[in-house]
Design a protein around this ligand. Structure first.
Ligand SMILES: NC(=O)c1ccc[n+]([C@@H]2O[C@H](COP(=O)([O-])OP(=O)(O)OC[C@H]3O[C@@H](n4cnc5c(N)ncnc54)[C@H](OP(=O)(O)O)[C@@H]3O)[C@@H](O)[C@H]2O)c1
Length: 183
């Protein structure tokens, strides 16, 4: 069965964006040529899921081109957000298990990229619908921001691969093992 994979970059102190939703700490960091190429990961993806905040951020920051035009996208939201014309983008709400099943079916055997953000990834994780985390940890501390995975129950992982890049960034790939008692 296809996995839901939260593929994301985070700071050393566990944030995926600063308080103003900026990614300067990531954009300005020279990741280096030994990092797993984005295209290599993207080839494994048959559908994407993201929350309303991440969707809005992407629309504001890449208005000329929706970056996931070749795969179905599911936006988890209560809002009636606008959708760029001609794109395969569906607004969804309801149970995590149903949304995950819908995305898996649309992915046609490939994995589903849970683009983020943290709140949406945590919601799927707590419902037992997040199978894998692929985080690139950038060696920078920003003190405050948007948390990587703000769960209210502890998650434990079994490591698939962990690699220190020449740049000092760390790629951590792990399967979600269990969701334990509330923290
Ligand atoms: N570093 C990276 O690689 C990376 C990756 C992805 C995102 N980001 C950043 O992360 C930030 C956004 O993350 P975030 O955690 O604040 O927000 P998010 O997860 O993108 O979106 C959260 C919003 O989605 C909607 N939502 C989530 N779960 C829902 C549910 N079960 N049912 C209905 N609606 C639901 C809600 O909005 P409504 O109720 O208003 O609809 C909720 O407030 C942005 O700054 C983005 O740029 C960074």
């Amino acid at each position: 069965m296809a996995n839901l994979v939260y593929y994301v970059a985070a700071t050393l102190d566990g944030y995926i964006a600063d308080q103003q939703h900026q990614l300067d700490w990531l954009m300005n960091f020279p990741l280096g040529d030994d990092a797993t190429p984005y295209d290599e990961f993207y080839q494994t993806v048959g559908a994407v899921i993201m929350g309303a905040e991440t969707y809005s951020w992407i629309l504001e920051n890449s208005p000329e081109a929706w970056p996931y035009a070749d795969v179905p996208a599911f936006i988890v939201t209560h809002r009636s957000l606008s959708v760029p014309e001609g794109q395969n983008i569906t607004r969804v709400q309801g149970e995590a298990v149903d949304i995950a099943a819908q995305a898996r079916e649309a992915a046609k055997g490939k994995d589903v990229w849970l683009v983020g953000g943290g709140k949406t990834a945590a919601w799927f994780a707590e419902a037992g619908e997040l199978q894998r985390l692929f985080v690139t940890q950038i060696p920078v501390v920003i003190g405050a921001g948007i948390p990587l995975l703000p769960v209210s129950q502890a998650l434990s992982f079994s490591t698939v691969n962990q690699r220190v890049l020449k740049s000092g960034a760390i790629e951590f790939i792990a399967d979600v093992k269990i969701v334990s008692e509330a923290i």
